[in-house]
Write a protein that binds this ligand. Structure first.
Ligand code: HEM
Length: 501
């Protein structure tokens, strides 16, 4: 009996200490009131379904005044979905570290740029930045044009000659991964001709596993997770991906240098340019002792995943939106006929002039943000300004920035926010927007390292497709069901029909 009483008192004291040590979070939660959820799991149960997660968060943001505080497991989460608070977070030097639950991603695929924290992130970002600079990117155009050609041949053969309705997303993923392997690792993989479905399944399996764990607070403790079915699933996909990355890291013959020399004939120049691709640069850093080979594996893994998942998603949504809106497709075609007299390849100058092409891509990324939500962690106390006052957000608070819902919110974008309408939102006559209302690549120090790469590849592929083909679908915008994953997914991918122009 006495032992029981002592145990109970001890538990009570531990519980009181736990609450007392977290009093600053409770104060913030009291001031920025949001949904509380259940003890220990917070909103875990309500949020655990990726199919409805984004819609659920939108509902909460209308019920509670955002930014508000909620709970995920025992983590205090600040939910943000308005441009003014987004600006404060992205511009704060105390919010550059990723949310704590990104550690589930790094424990699966290694601690690359996407997930790492300072000082590791700072050092690696400085070393890797030059591999995605403006100068180097222009060397990739011949590869992008060659991959566009492969894509068009596939559309023509299957879509036009065989008259099939196409799953464009599946074809795009292969093209973008092929381009990513060549431009970052210098390796040609021939995914279109190879049986490579295992790699694509592994990539989508990996993000699903990570998101399921993020949304299931009871799987946060390592000793529970390692006994779960999800962990066995993770081991399987990670094994596949590690094998793939090792294959990419084997001694390489740079395809960038061969493409470049074919076009500009200047051997010395092309050799120095080929040195600049990601793998060559990181190899030099390894030789100088600035990075280890394990760092290189982690960064390669993350760079390939970040390039291919997001860019193929963004491109797919742009094509689908145009297929659903023939009027904008015709306007795009007019620009392409005007600016691209030859349908063979696109030059850097021509790319720059494709303003309407850029608008249709941006409008698709506004409506379907390829990375729907990013998470940060406050590494010091920060003050945030809401219209009803200034609030202290304690160090250690997790911050969820809901890009997806902000970019389609009528309170931010007006009455047409949920429609696809490039002119209304990016046209020369549209009303001025807050600088942080459209942030598909985010902004600030932690902004996507590959945004110029992605813009160039997307513009080129889109221009090449719509210059030669008309794409249509029976799907309607309002019927699409999105899933909140690390990159945005659809529950079902509508088929598209293509015709030659
Ligand atoms: C449409 C295509 C893309 C979109 C929408 C996109 C979006 C994003 C977003 C939202 C982040 C997180 C930034 C943050 O937390 O503030 C990110 C980070 C990152 N992206 Fe992209 N991305 C795209 C393409 C690419 C490409 C092509 C590459 C590589 C060439 C790339 C490499 C990375 C890397 C390495 C990071 C981590 C950067 C860091 O934390 O320092 N991304 N991207």
């Amino acid at each position: 009996m006495l032992v029981c009483i002592i145990l109970l008192v001890w538990l009570l004291l531990v519980w009181m200490y736990f609450l007392w040590s977290r009093r600053r979070y409770y104060k913030a939660a009291w001031q920025l009131r949001g949904p509380i959820g259940w003890p220990f799991i917070g909103m875990g149960l309500q949020m655990m379904t990726p199919e409805t997660f984004l819609q659920y968060m939108d509902g909460l943001s209308r019920k509670f005044k955002a930014p508000f505080i909620s709970w995920m497991g025992t983590n205090c989460i600040l939910y943000v979905n308005d441009p003014s608070t987004v600006e404060q977070i992205f511009n704060s030097t105390h919010c550059t570290n990723k949310g704590d639950i990104y550690r589930f991603m790094s424990s699966a695929i290694g601690d690359g740029l996407f997930t790492s924290s300072s000082p590791r992130w700072h050092k690696h970002r400085r070393l890797i930045n030059p591999a995605f600079g403006r100068q180097i990117l222009s060397n990739f155009l011949p590869i992008f044009n060659a991959e566009a050609e492969v894509f068009l041949q596939k559309l023509d053969l299957e879509g036009v000659q065989h008259g099939k309705q196409l799953e464009i997303y599946q074809i795009l993923k292969k093209i973008v991964l092929e381009a990513a392997c060549q431009t970052t690792m210098g390796k040609k993989m021939n995914f279109q001709h190879d049986r490579s479905t295992a790699i694509f399944e592994a990539y989508s399996g990996l993000t699903e596993v990570c998101v399921k764990r993020m949304l299931s607070p009871w799987l946060y403790p390592e000793f529970i997770y390692r006994r779960s079915r999800l962990f066995s699933q993770q081991q399987k996909v990670v094994g596949e991906l590690f094998g793939f990355i090792e294959q990419l890291l084997e001694p390489i013959v740079s395809v960038v240098s061969s493409h470049a020399s074919a076009t500009d004939q200047n051997l010395n120049d092309s050799r120095s340019k080929s040195k600049s691709i990601f793998i060559e640069q990181v190899r030099e850093h390894v030789e100088r002792g600035q990075l280890s080979w394990q760092d290189v594996r982690d960064e390669a893994n993350v760079t390939i995943a970040a390039t291919f998942e997001t860019t193929s998603t963004a491109l797919y949504f742009a094509i689908l939106c145009l297929a659903m809106h023939p009027c904008y497709q015709e306007k795009l075609y007019e620009e392409l006929v005007r600016e691209l007299p030859s349908i063979e390849s696109v030059s850097p100058d021509q790319l720059q002039r494709l303003e309407y092409t850029e608008m249709v891509i941006n409008e698709a990324m506004r409506l379907f943000s390829p990375v729907p939500m990013v998470l940060r962690s406050a590494d010091q106390d920060i003050e945030i300004l809401r219209d009803d006052g200034e609030f202290l957000i304690p160090q250690g608070t997790q911050i969820g920035i809901d890009i997806y819902n902000m970019q389609r919110d009528e309170r931010v974008w007006g009455p047409l926010a949920k429609t696809y309408n490039p002119e209304a939102h990016f046209g020369p006559d549209c009303p001025p927007q807050h600088a942080f209302a459209f942030v598909p690549f985010t902004k600030g120090l932690r902004m996507c390292i590959g945004y110029r790469y992605a813009q160039m590849l997307m513009k080129l592929l889109l221009a090449r497709i719509f210059r030669s083909y008309r794409v249509s679908t029976e799907a309607r915008l309002e019927d699409l069901l999105v899933k909140g994953n690390i990159s945005l997914k659809l529950k079902n991918y509508p088929l598209c029909r293509v015709e030659r122009r």
